[in-house]
Design a protein. Structure first.
Length: 416
């Protein structure tokens, strides 16, 4: 695997100075946010192989078509799908293509509310607009689990054309059979956005939605650890023409071939034992953190996690997420809100923090070091204004960062 020095060889010294400084600063911070995972060198470098972006030359078109077919076959085999489209340039782009293919203005979509952890790209309000489709949202029970009974009631009342299952802030397995039952009851399509759990699904650590959903979408840069991009999957080929045409129109018939090349390597990497072992470590680390937090008096929503995500409830600490995230950032830990808009005064002053273990697992964290990290987080959350506690916590985080460097093989500037 190439070192970071080798990966940036050939770039200008001004760019390298900025990159080196940012990496050094990032190395002193433990990243617990969930947006993206770190990409292995092999997947990121493959993005630079293809130079014919649009394939305007006929020989290039032929070669790029064959390369795309390879990516399609790899991802179909990875997830057990019969149909795949690897051209979407993001998860939001993939979901928009599905909506465009299956919906007409005014049709109803039933999806998980972002207030309770729904995934933003599948939310009709910010990404598509309530002026185009009728948005109906379901939520959670008091115990933090999806309220499937309420979902069924809403489906019967509103008769949605599509039911969307997908989340960015939910720590438990989805019950795909119940979701399928709700969709069948009202004759709706079932769309599952598995962006945050795709890597776990590929590794066999999370139930797969492929045999239950009509359509599955995902990003490739999150738990799949690939390049920025999206994909669409299905268990059969009935919607192939509609979906392919919708994707091509949204992309203006110009696919990003370099990203497709990188996706190919991403899908190949996801079939390795190394990838499976990494995903197992991510989940083990998340469970170790939740166990340690609960032992030290910090409430964890649903009591634990089935994946790489978990939520801390700050209600008993009389803290909001803005105060907690600032306190943790001061000692070198980056976290983010668990709820998108539940607090009336501000979406940044809610009562839940979302934490994931993907990034720190890439740095070599184990359940033991994750328990140490959880202990530091607990101390800060219990006494965020105590200077001695904060100082001690900052030193502990510094030691953890030193023990788990961001780029172990980084030796400074490359020879230019």
């Amino acid at each position: 695997m190439l070192s970071i020095s080798e990966k940036i060889r050939g770039y200008g010294t001004d760019f390298i100075s900025v990159l080196r400084g940012d990496n050094r600063a990032e190395g002193d911070m433990l990243e617990l946010r969930a947006s993206e995972d770190r990409t292995p060198s092999c997947s990121s470098l493959s993005a630079f192989i293809v130079s014919e972006e649009n394939g305007s030359h006929r020989f290039a078109r032929h070669s790029l078509a064959r390369a795309e077919e390879q990516a399609i076959e790899l991802v179909k085999d990875l997830f057990g799908a019969e149909y795949a489209n690897v051209q979407p340039q993001s998860g939001a782009n993939a979901n928009a293509a599905v909506y465009r293919a299956l919906l007409k203005p005014g049709n109803t979509i039933l999806g998980m509310s972002t207030t309770y952890g729904g995934h933003l790209p599948t939310s009709t309000i910010p990404s598509v607009g309530s002026s185009s489709y009728n948005a109906v949202e379901y939520g959670l029970c008091d115990n933090g689990l999806i309220d499937y009974d309420e979902m069924m009631r809403l489906a019967v009342v509103h008769r949605p054309k599509i039911i969307v299952a997908g989340f960015s802030t939910y720590s438990r397995f989805l019950d795909f059979q119940k979701l399928r039952d709700v969709a069948d009851t009202v004759g709706a399509f079932l769309l599952v956005d598995m962006s945050h759990i795709a890597g776990l699904v590929a590794a066999g650590l999370h139930p797969s939605p492929i045999s239950f959903a009509d359509i599955v979408t995902s990003t490739t840069q999150k738990s799949l650890r690939g390049p920025k991009g999206g994909l669409i999957l299905s268990k059969d080929n009935r919607l192939e023409i509609l979906l392919d045409h919708s994707v091509r129109e949204l992309n203006r018939y110009a696919s990003l071939n370099r990203m497709i090349a990188a996706k190919t390597q991403c899908f190949r990497e996801a079939k390795t034992h190394r990838f499976e072992a990494y995903q197992k470590q991510v989940v083990a680390n998340a469970r170790a953190m939740t166990h340690a937090l609960v032992q030290q008096g910090i409430a964890v929503v649903t009591g634990g996690t089935d994946n790489h995500i978990f939520l801390i409830d700050l209600s008993k600490q009389n803290l909001n997420t803005l105060e907690a995230s600032v306190a943790l950032q001061h000692v070198g830990v980056a976290v983010e809100n668990g709820e998108q808009a539940q607090a009336s005064e501000s979406p940044f002053a809610t009562s839940q923090l979302r934490i994931t273990t993907s990034s720190i697992t890439d740095r070599g964290f184990t359940p033991a070091s994750c328990a140490r990290l959880a202990s530091v987080i607990s101390q800060v959350l219990l006494q965020p204004n105590d200077l001695k506690t904060v100082s001690t916590a900052a030193k502990a985080i510094g030691l953890l960062c030193a023990d788990h460097p961001l780029y172990p093989s980084y030796i400074g500037y490359p020879n230019l």
